[in-house]
Design a protein around this ligand. Structure first.
Ligand code: ADP
Ligand code: LRH
Length: 489
């Protein structure tokens, strides 16, 4: 009987437990459990409900047991940049504030007073995003210095769950780079930078690479879920896992990890930290085997998720006031699925307005619907008044960003890209796939949907001896999953 491996992949919109096996060289997946991810208002901030996520993790492990499957190893990946602080007894200090919370407003100026942005980028190669950990820590220094003083350790969200599972605290490299505090050349925390920012060195320990064993489940956890297993580190940054699973056919493909965010880029051996790269805000995120993901964050399906929630009358952050908007329908009048929204967009195919999807106005608006309408009005374009017009505008805006990012990438790397590989939940959106092919003029290869979980499993499977290396694992992915080809017309 083949070994099973368990990926626990938690995105900003949902978490899932995916079991993987290799049978005759092919990867087989089975979804065991899925749970929603939500935010709550606490202490005046938008926070992740980490207790709810922890319960989801345990429930999924119990579901494995109920199915009679004991995974050889388990790995957790989540979205990046967010963290918790623990005291000397390993207890959480404060909330797990979510990256879209407003606490980082103005924190770039605070950091820039200590280190010029050019020097920061030259050291870390990380794009400027106001939600990066570096700015979140600046906010904490201002609002809750006592939490930092009392803190004994800083754990990124997946590191924290690994700690709850095993009692072992490890800081994983790929996710650590998303903090904006890791030196791109040395591949360790940049101590000089930590000192410049006045961050306590004790919070930043040795970094562990994907493939490192964290440890066995704590006794009481093993008892609760009904089995013992070993927790290991995948690329714990979800995008790091997703890029590992891209079944590109050659070196001229751009990768697009399509979920809450659209992460568009390529893999490089070395970081590109030139001034032009900084100006275009491309990032060099650390990957497994010290590869770099050279990519751009594009606002992504977050815009569609937000519109859907508003139409369906669901709060994005529990306990936060809902903002007003007007369209041809009212909140909660009917429930919209993603395919319903696609059909609406198709019915307004001629609606021409386009907004800059990467404008900060769309990062955490009180109402995404109102924000898109306002941006259209502000740029003198037709304002969407129906769900279809609104969706058409979002699709056009996103795909235009994809096109521009590929042009930027080409200019910065001096390479010509000839296809786009899309993985993640968003590759199920055929309308988006078609428009992406059309607007970029490039063939799109869509799939696998569970790219992130597969990338998580790849590290576990190499560790477990199923594949010799990444090339062998990628070959198997190409053979194992249905990849849809969409050609520009
Ligand atoms: P994350 O991991 O960031 O939480 P996912 O990779 O799960 O995100 O992608 C979620 C997105 O996938 C949704 O916001 C939606 O836009 C898209 N999606 C999911 N299912 C469908 C579907 N059936 N049709 C079209 N789009 C879909
Ligand atoms: C995608 C992601 C992305 C980060 C953002 C915070 O889930 O990890 O790579 O920039 O979330």
């Amino acid at each position: 009987m083949e070994n099973s491996y368990l990926a626990i992949d938690i995105g900003a919109s949902s978490g899932r437990h995916i079991l993987g096996r290799v049978v005759d060289g092919r990867m087989q997946l089975e979804e065991i459990h899925r749970f929603d991810n939500r935010q709550v208002r606490s202490g005046g901030h938008d926070c992740w409900d980490v207790d709810h996520l922890w319960q989801g993790i345990l429930d999924g492990l119990k579901a494995c047991k109920a199915k009679g499957v004991i995974p050889a190893t388990v790995g957790i990946d989540t979205w990046a940049v967010d963290f918790v602080l623990l005291d000397s007894a390993g207890k959480r200090l404060g909330d797990a504030v979510a990256y879209r919370d407003g606490r980082t407003a103005g924190m770039d100026e605070r950091v820039e007073a200590l280190i010029p942005p050019q020097s920061l980028y030259a050291k870390t190669g990380i794009q400027k995003q106001l939600f990066n950990t570096i700015y979140q820590l600046a906010a904490l220094q201002k609002e809750h210095p006592e939490q930092l003083e009392a803190a004994h350790s800083l754990l990124m969200i997946p590191d924290y769950f690994n700690y709850l599972l095993t009692g072992v605290q490890k800081q994983e490299y790929t996710n650590a780079t998303s903090t904006g505090l890791v030196n791109a050349v040395k591949k360790t925390w940049d101590r000089e930078l930590l000192d410049t920012l006045g961050l306590p060195r004790r919070l930043f320990g040795p970094l562990s690479m994907p493939g490192t064993v964290v440890g066995p489940l704590r006794e009481e956890i093993a008892k609760e879920v009904g089995f013992q297993t070993t927790v290991i580190l995948p690329a714990t940054h979800d995008t790091g896992s997703a890029f590992l699973a891209v079944p590109a056919r050659d070196d001229n493909a751009v990768y697009l990890s399509s979920g809450t965010w659209s992460l568009l880029g390529v893999e490089n051996r070395d970081p590109i930290t030139t001034e032009e790269s900084r100006r275009q805000n491309f990032t060099n995120e650390g990957g497994a085997w010290h590869r770099f993901r050279y990519l751009k964050n594009i606002m992504g399906l977050w815009m569609i998720q937000s519109i859907r929630r508003e139409l369906n009358g669901v709060d994005y952050v529990a306990g936060k006031e809902r903002a007003a908007w007007t369209l041809d329908v009212k909140a909660g009048e009917r429930q919209w699925s993603f395919p319903d929204l696609i059909a609406a967009a198709e019915s307004a195919a001629d609606f021409p307005s386009v907004v800059d999807a990467n404008d900060d106005a769309f990062l955490a608006p009180d109402s995404m619907i109102a924000a898109v309408q306002k941006a259209c009005a502000g740029s003198g374009q037709a304002v969407p008044r129906t769900v279809g017009e609104l969706m058409q505008c979002v699709y056009r805006s996103l795909t235009r960003c994809y096109r521009d990012a590929i042009a930027g990438l080409s200019a910065l790397t001096g390479r010509q890209y000839t296809s786009i590989n899309i993985v993640g939940g968003g590759c199920q959106d055929n309308y988006l796939n078609h428009m992406t092919a059309q607007v970029t003029g490039l063939p799109v290869y869509a799939g696998p949907v569970e790219g992130t979980a597969i990338g998580n499993l790849v590290i576990q499977m190499i560790h477990g001896g199923e594949f010799a290396d990444l090339a062998a694992a990628r070959h198997s992915i190409r053979e194992s999953f249905d990849i849809k080809e969409v050609l520009p017309q």
